[in-house]
Each structure stands twice: as C-alpha cells, then as structure tokens.
Design a protein around this ligand. Sequence first.
Ligand SMILES: [Zn+2]
Length: 259
Amino acid sequence: MLPSTPIYEIYAVKYAGPFTRPVAKVFWNSDWEKEIKINYYIWVVKGKEEILIVDCGVSPSLAQKMELRGYVNPVHVLKGIGIEASRVQKVVITHIHFDHANGMELFPKATFYIQEKEFNFWMKDPVAKKPPFLMLSVPDRNADLAKLEGTERLVLIKGDQTLLPGIELLLAPGHTPGLQVLAVNTTKGTAIVGSDCAHIFRNYEEEIPSTFITDMVAWMKTYDKLKAKVSSLNLLFPGHDLKMTTHYPEIAEGITQLV
Ligand SMILES: [Zn+2]
C-alpha cells in the first residue's frame, strides 16, 4: 500500500463463550476424541476518522432462545471503547451464519456490506433451505435482511473491492459460498480479518479448514489468495479462536487489540 494510506487498528470483541466443542468440528476430520474451547466475536476496525464494525453478532432475543453461554450484548461490550452501536454507520457482514449476521437490530443506523454472492445464496437459492444450511442460519432474520435489498442500508459487493482507503473487501469462498474478509492496512502491514474462513489459527497453520465447509476446493484457493495478500501469517485472524481473547492485550472488558 502507499505510504499515505490510512492506518487502522483491529479489535476483537468477544460477545459469547467459551464453548467446548469437539476438535473435529473446527478442524476438519481430525482429533475426534479431543475437545477445544472457542468464543464468539465481532471485530472493530478503527482509523483516525472511520469506525467499521465487522459482523453484528447475535441479538439478545436469539441468545436467550439458544441459551448462549457467556453472552453479553455486543452493544454493551462496544461501549468499553467508546463506540455507540446506535451511531455506527458501516457494518461489514462476512457471511450469513447466525453468529455473524443475527444482530442487525443492534446497529439501527448502519449500512450493511455483504457480498452479492453470499446474499443471493441465502436469500434466493432453494439449496439454502436444506437442513445443513438451516442449522446455521435464522430464516426469520434472513427475511429481515432480504427486505433491505434495494434500500440504502444494504450494499451488495461484487468480488474484491476497496471499501475505504486502506481497507479492501475480498471475496473468500469455501466456508460459505460468498464469505468476505477484510484486508486492512495496519502498523504491522496488511492484516486480514478473516472471520470464519478459518475457525482457529491452526486451520491456516496446517492448511486444513473447519468442518463447516461448503466448497473445499474453493477454500484452498481462497487460502492461497489470502496468504499472498497478508503481510505475515500471524496477521491472518480466524473467526473463533480463544487466543484472540487470551493472547492479546485486553483494553476493555471483552475487547482485545489484535493489531
Ligand atoms: Zn462463526
């Protein structure tokens, strides 16, 4: 990136967890007998002038219905670094799984940025109504999202696109048909908020995705693309790794600074 490109900080905002899962769920077809703990997160990308929220988490009503362990309304967590969710202007939704796209109501003024491919799959493709997909999304909430089509509150992104100077949205299919990640200019170089392209750092380290994969071949190509883009592998952040809570400085309750 050019030297004059704005620099951003990246924060992980933990809003639920820890959850104990079989390793095989987050690391494809491996370690069936072992368990691992994961968290649910959203992220903040913060520049001098711009604040961008990545994903919107889960609404309090769904959290209650699902009895989500350790749930804190993301709105309250964000207050810890002075962010008023009700004033947030831009929310990038990485993909339309319930733990990433259910809390739209928490950001009532925001415009949502979603890949067109991801939106069209969940809203328009009959395959999205099949059981394995229904397990990971909330049809009522998808209907709310569908209503935003054609309004100024929804921007459908076609492939790789610069969102702001120093922030690029990259189409990164594999986990879902149109997942997107953010390549962000930071003091350490280009970092990637990768969301569930990988659940844990180990997915990237060993080149094995999670079990939640709609297209393994696409995932491999996506991973090559992200590796070529990111300045170093430790700046490629996954979606659910507990380390994002435990291995980075906590600057407010539930919020750690990744870069
Ligand atoms: Zn997830």
